[in-house]
Design a protein around this ligand. Structure first.
Ligand SMILES: [Zn+2]
Length: 398
């Protein structure tokens, strides 16, 4: 069999990406171990590692242990070898962070959209500029954007951003022109799912769902190690599964969607309603009587104090999420469900009711062996996930 130059280039790229991923996952590792893990010849591994060293992506870190014979030189990821900006655009604001190859955040900035967020592009660019100003001398390699709503990853446009009532926003072109860096864009939950597989709980898991629960609810679906976007890029809209008969009207126009009962807004609304009906809660004191100031930190503190009103609201929220998750488990038979997004800062007070409801309602065979866990990236999942969209060309081996 003969290879063309293009074939050779592709094979080399796949090999260097696979090697880089092993180094990311294993930490310090020898060339011989890499050859064994990837079933490559020592010569191929050496040649590819030499190019990774030249590109500043890995470096040698001293001598490892050996069972006899020459002790091997260990290879380690050069964490700051490339830096990416991760941008998370949600319903009412934008966060941006400079993230290194180990998924660590070096600088971070956020900005709220003003009033009606129909014209938000300038705020996004301002937030990016702000975070760049923290590290003005660092070379940056790209920008990843996690955008709420539905994103056409082929044309790199936001097809529909419901919170902004906007369609067909050419975000990639806009940001690339302003920032002169390559821009990669996907739905926010999809970006988080990628980030979780490289830097969080889903390392090595082939089939899993990332739940982004925050100001809205979405999910990123990974099948056989690949993101599943669906026929028209709209897969994973778990927030619009109906979980309440005759429920509230949702932003999508339907009624009783999960999005109406399990977001940051709905939990705050439920706690305020309970207090207004005479339920006593430490929130009244924590908010100094001004219930309009309730935020996630306040809810977390109340939950830590064992506040019954808040704990019950969180438990109820978990049960609603569990209902939707049971559908996903029956449809997909995943190995893992990762609970992430801004609400995951309250994860330990919600995860048990998600877990028990989801397992109770799904078919035993579908739920067998599924791990339902809290994202280890927590509220960093948005920016780290977005940055990992930019890194896909480095790590992606399939
Ligand atoms: Zn809906």
């Amino acid at each position: 069999m003969s290879y063309t130059i293009a074939d050779r280039y592709l094979i080399k790229k796949l090999n260097t990406n696979s090697i880089l991923k092993v180094v990311l996952e294993k930490g310090a590792v020898s060339r011989a171990d890499i050859a064994k893990i990837l079933n490559l010849t020592p010569a191929t591994v050496s040649s590819n590692i030499n190019s990774l060293i030249r590109d500043g992506l890995v470096h040698e870190v001293g001598i490892g242990s050996s069972n006899g014979g020459r002790k091997p030189m260990m290879i380690e990821l050069n964490e700051n070898g490339k830096l990416f900006i991760g941008v998370d655009i949600h319903k009412d604001g934008v966060e941006a962070a400079i993230v290194n190859l180990a998924g660590k955040i070096l600088a971070r900035s956020e900005r709220q959209f003003n009033g009606h967020s129909t014209e938000f592009e300038d705020d996004v660019v301002a937030c990016i500029r702000n975070v760049r100003d923290f590290l003005p001398n660092m070379k940056l390699d790209g920008i990843g954007v996690g955008m709420h709503g539905i994103v056409d990853t082929n044309q790199s446009i936001s097809i529909y951003a419901p919170a902004m009532s906007r369609r067909n926003i050419a975000l990639k072109d806009y940001i690339e022109k302003k920032e002169s860096l390559p821009v990669f864009i996907d739905n926010d939950a999809n970006a988080m799912a990628i980030g979780e597989s490289w830097f969080g709980q889903a390392k090595g898991v082939r089939n899993y769902i990332f739940l982004n629960v925050g100001r809205g609810i979405g999910s990123g679906i990974v099948i056989n190690g690949e993101l599943f976007h669906g026929n028209r890029y709209a897969a994973g809209e778990i927030g619009h599964i109906r979980v309440v008969e005759s429920g509230r009207r949702c932003v999508c126009g339907k009624y009783g969607c999960l999005d109406t009962v399990a977001t940051e807004y709905s939990i705050i609304r439920d706690v305020i309603n309970a207090i207004h009906t005479g339920v006593s809660s430490s929130i009244t004191e924590l908010s100094k009587g001004d219930l309009s100031t309730i935020d996630l930190n306040m809810l977390k503190e109340a939950a830590r104090l064992g506040d019954k009103c808040v704990l019950e609201a969180l438990d109820k929220m978990g049960r609603y999420i569990g209902v939707a998750v049971s559908y996903a488990i029956n449809m997909m038979n995943p190995g893992m469900i990762v609970f992430g997004g801004s609400m995951s800062v309250l994860g330990e007070y919600i995860i048990e009711s998600i877990r028990s409801t989801a397992i109770n309602l799904s078919l035993d065979e579908c739920a067998e062996g599924v791990f339902i866990v809290i994202s280890s990236l927590r509220d960093n999942a948005g920016v780290v996930g977005a940055a990992s969209l930019g890194m896909q060309n480095l790590f992606k081996s399939t």
